[in-house]
Structure formats: C-alpha cells, structure tokens
Ligand binder design. Structure first.
Ligand SMILES: [Zn+2]
Length: 70
C-alpha cells in the first residue's frame, strides 16, 4: 500500500503523523508543527511511529530454548 502525504501529496514510505486517517510525511509534519501536536495526544493529530514497533522481546525466551536443547 502506497502512502501519500496529506499535505503535499507526495508518495512516502513512512508517515510521521496522522491527521485523523490522513498520513503526513516527516518533513511536512515538522514544518507544520504537527510533531508537537502528535506528542500531546489530543485532537486528531496522532503519532504514526507505532506502526514500526511490532516486535516485543521477552527475556524468558532464551531460558525456554536452553531448556529444550538440554
Ligand atoms: Zn508532505
């Protein structure tokens, strides 16, 4: 799925913030001061970085594998 910046209409790989459901690129978001708004988490401007954070590492996993191999 291709993302297009809601402010300048240019294609981008990763949105920096969302205005409602409209993605905005990092350059436009910074220029328009949207990064500060997104951090405040009020209103329609939301940070979009959470899309990147998928992996959660559990320290217990290493112990589990040690037990299996022994
Ligand atoms: Zn833009």
């Amino acid at each position: 799925m291709k993302l297009y910046c809601a402010l300048c209409g240019r294609p981008m790989d990763q949105a920096a913030v969302l205005i409602g459901s409209h993605p905005v690129g990092p350059k436009c978001a910074q220029r328009a001061g949207l990064m500060a708004l997104a951090k405040r988490k009020s209103g329609l401007v939301l940070p979009a970085m959470r899309w990147k954070i998928v992996k959660v590492q559990y320290p217990q996993t290493a112990d589990l594998f040690d037990g299996v191999s022994a």
